[in-house]
Design a protein around this ligand. Structure first.
Ligand SMILES: Nc1ncnc2c1ncn2[C@@H]1O[C@H](COP(=O)(O)OP(=O)(O)OP(=O)(O)O)[C@@H](O)[C@H]1O
Ligand SMILES: [Mg+2]
Length: 423
């Protein structure tokens, strides 16, 4: 069974009495299930084939065949499908046979709502537990939990694009001497991969420092990058190591590299080429061997043409180029990321979430996410905060997303005479 997500449970009821199937369908629908009904085996097999059903209510006596035969058949094809046998005859031998053949439970007709409710609750609990186990295995986490704690974040993804990037990152981590340029739209995870390159390397015990180049101006640059001697300028009250010295044998992450002022780009280039730095106010040079990882969401080639970025610096920064595609180009990652964020925030806000409605996944997978993963994360956080229930519904997500929704996949039930007994 390919359970990709915590999703709503899908059930199917097969019984030759139309009124009965409609009624149970109604009941299950109101209990939070996605429900399907069939009045003959062919329709039931079709529904099973096309809908990833989790729970199957199966009548023991069916025209032309027996429920036991159907049970054997469906269990052979869908071993993870949970089956509840339904019989008007209370035949103990059939009960025993069906349980031996893997049925989960057994209900008698005429059915009492309370019995149905108890059976549903039991199955629901069991399926949720099973799902959590499968999910734990299928988290689509690319890294070990040890690495997660080192970089301070999860790294989730199952798309070919992100798996390939992870492989590239692993390779980059093995070569301390290469500088890496990471490009991608805002919120795609550039910083995560920069951290991974460092923390997967043999140099992970040395410093990883991040600097936002848009915050570095002329007066700060030399002191920040090269350090200074005490008294070398007003305010230099003690000796200070610069980033390039701190990151000796480690990694300096130059975030928003496109924002580095043009005149400072040549100073950085010189430091990279020399492999030596001199603190402001000092006479002696210090050898330093740092790895640079730069990140940007700008088109550096275009900036070079516009004389806003130095071509020679780009060559130095770009021994290896990693481009992270936007989320809309790797939509398979949306589901696993959503689950991860929902787990994170439901734990943080102490709001347990049992399932995420299927149309949430369907709708989010169609949305373009201009803000990429950061936007998805914020959406999940907001949804958990707003949610009043133990499930997440489309209404917990912003209107802009819901506008894309075109959900008409759920079966429509008509109301018919009740055949179940209420107690
Ligand atoms: N693969 C992923 N798995 C889990 N979380 C992710 C992943 N990629 C990104 N995130 C999360 O998305 C958010 C944005 O990631 P990050 O800061 O690395 O993006 P960025 O590309 O550096 O963005 P910006 O260009 O705006 O600086 C963070 O909260 C990060 O934890
Ligand atoms: Mg960033």
């Amino acid at each position: 069974m390919d359970i990709k997500y915590i999703k709503q449970i899908k059930s199917l009821i097969l019984d030759d009495e139309i009124d009965f199937t409609n009624e149970i369908n109604d009941f299950l629908n109101n209990s939070g299930f996605i429900t399907f009904a069939a009045n003959n085996t062919e329709d039931a097999y079709d529904i099973l084939k096309n809908n990833n059903i989790d729970l199957f209510f199966l009548d023991v006596r069916l025209p032309g065949t027996s429920g036991i035969e159907v049970l054997k058949y469906v269990k052979s094809i869908y071993p993870d499908l949970e089956v509840i046998m339904v019989s008007a005859h209370g035949d103990m031998d059939t009960v025993i046979d069906s349980i031996r053949l893997g049925a989960f439970d057994y209900l008698r007709k005429p059915m009492r709502y309370i019995d149905l409710q108890i059976a549903i609750q039991r199955t629901h609990k069991y399926l949720q537990m099973q799902r959590k186990l499968v999910q734990a295995e299928k988290k689509y986490s690319l890294i070990t939990s040890d690495m997660e704690s080192k970089i301070g974040r999860h790294c989730i993804g199952k798309s070919k694009e992100i798996v390939d990037i992870y492989e590239l990152v692993k390779t980059a981590s093995q070569y301390q001497d290469i500088n890496v340029l990471i490009t991608g739209e805002s919120g795609t995870g550039k910083e995560i991969f920069a951290r991974l390159i460092h923390f997967m390397s043999n140099h992970s015990c040395n410093y990883f420092e991040a600097v936002n180049c848009s915050a570095i101006n002329d007066s700060l640059f030399e002191s920040e990058f090269f350090g200074h001697k005490k008294g070398s300028f007003t305010g230099a009250i003690s000796d200070k190591k610069g980033l390039l010295e701190v990151c000796n044998e480690g990694t300096l992450f130059l975030d928003e590299i496109a924002d580095m002022p043009y005149n400072l780009q040549s100073k950085l280039l010189r430091a990279i080429e020399d492999g030596k730095i001199r603190r402001v106010g000092d006479t002696k040079s210090i050898d330093t061997n740092f790895r640079l990882i730069s990140a940007t969401n700008c088109d550096l080639q275009k900036m070079i043409e516009e004389k806003r970025f130095r071509l020679d610096l780009l060559h130095r920064l770009n021994s290896l180029h990693i481009h992270i595609p936007p989320l809309r180009q790797r939509r398979e990652d949306i589901g696993p990321l959503l689950i991860d964020f929902v787990e994170e925030f439901s734990e943080k806000f102490k709001k347990p979430i049992e399932y995420i409605a299927e149309d949430v996944f369907e709708t989010l997978e169609k949305y373009d996410f201009p803000g990429n993963i950061r936007e998805l994360r914020n959406m999940a956080e907001r949804a958990i905060i707003l949610s009043k229930a133990t499930s997440l519904q489309l209404t917990d997500f912003p209107l802009t997303i819901r506008a894309n929704c075109a959900d008409n996949s759920k079966p429509v039930l008509n109301n018919t005479t009740k055949t179940m007994m209420k107690i």
